[in-house]
Design a binder for this molecule. Structure first.
Ligand code: HEM
Length: 241
């Protein structure tokens, strides 16, 4: 946790030194914080899924120990990202009304995810852990998967770095791999509850196919502000530097 807070301050200081223009500095800072948040989120989900499917190893206990702190950092960096976006880039909440519809939709999805992340982070603090029963905590972690899906759409709709094809490929590969581990975990859990192994395997493959299909469908069906903008610039022959 201390390392991550130091990283956020270090990034703030570094960008102050290397980027002179204050607007661009705010944009880059907000983008870095958003990126770090999703990376932490990805790691937490990957750790949890891998730990359930591979046989227990001693190093795994150490990794799982860091999971709760990582979870809190997802919320911390997402909050910094949102605050810089709202109060530096968009000049406050009033600025949202002036944005194109695609931005307003995207920000609404981002805001819902942020609320879920903050609630989960607050409930994982030692003092409050006992407040939530195990069953409720399980429900909450399911909601966090919905929040994760909303963030993917949030980033797709307006993220500058969602536009380059290389970034799309990296993101797609990473998510397909994570979906594979999650589907495997669910299949294994079902088999453990007495579901026939063949049926559990069909459910697991089904989940993986649905997630992969949804990602491909999102690319085809949902607009991406940055991708459309870049294609428009390429089409008009105007070069943006
Ligand atoms: C109220 C909540 C939120 C607001 C106001 C907000 C604002 C924004 C804005 C304005 C952008 C466009 C950035 C750009 O490319 O210049 C963006 C992109 C992004 N957001 Fe959010 N966001 C919110 C919630 C979240 C959450 C909860 C996460 C992750 C956990 C997140 C992660 C990202 C990422 C990774 C990008 C892509 C950045 C890039 O392309 O470089 N955001 N957000």
């Amino acid at each position: 946790v201390t390392g991550s807070v130091t990283l956020s301050v270090f990034l703030f200081a570094l960008l102050r030194i290397i980027i002179v223009d204050s607007r661009l500095r705010g944009i880059r800072l907000q983008q870095f914080y958003g990126l770090i948040s999703v990376l932490y989120w990805y790691l937490v989900l990957l750790m949890s899924a891998v730990a359930k499917v591979v046989p227990k190893k001693s190093w795994m206990a150490a990794i799982l120990f860091t999971r709760r702190a990582f979870g809190a950092m997802v919320a911390y960096f997402a909050l910094l990202h949102a605050l810089v976006a709202l109060f530096d880039q968009l000049d406050g909440l009033g600025g949202i009304g002036l944005l194109p519809l695609i931005f307003r939709w995207s920000l609404a999805l981002g805001a819902i995810s942020l609320v879920v992340l903050l609630i989960m982070a607050a409930l994982s603090v030692d003092k409050f852990v006992g407040l939530v029963k195990f069953k409720a905590w399980k429900q909450l972690s399911r909601i966090s998967y919905v929040a994760g899906a909303l963030v993917i759409v949030h980033v797709w709709l307006i993220g500058t770095h969602a536009a380059p094809i290389l970034m799309q490929l990296i993101g797609f590969e990473a998510l397909v791999m994570l979906a594979g581990f999650e589907a495997w975990r669910i299949g294994k859990a079902l088999a453990g509850k007495g579901v026939r192994p063949a049926r559990a395997a069909v459910v697991a493959v089904g989940i993986w196919v649905v997630v992969t299909g949804s990602l491909l469908g999102m690319r085809q069906l949902l607009p991406s502000y940055s991708k459309d903008h870049q294609e428009h610039i390429a089409g008009t022959g105007i070069h943006a530097h």
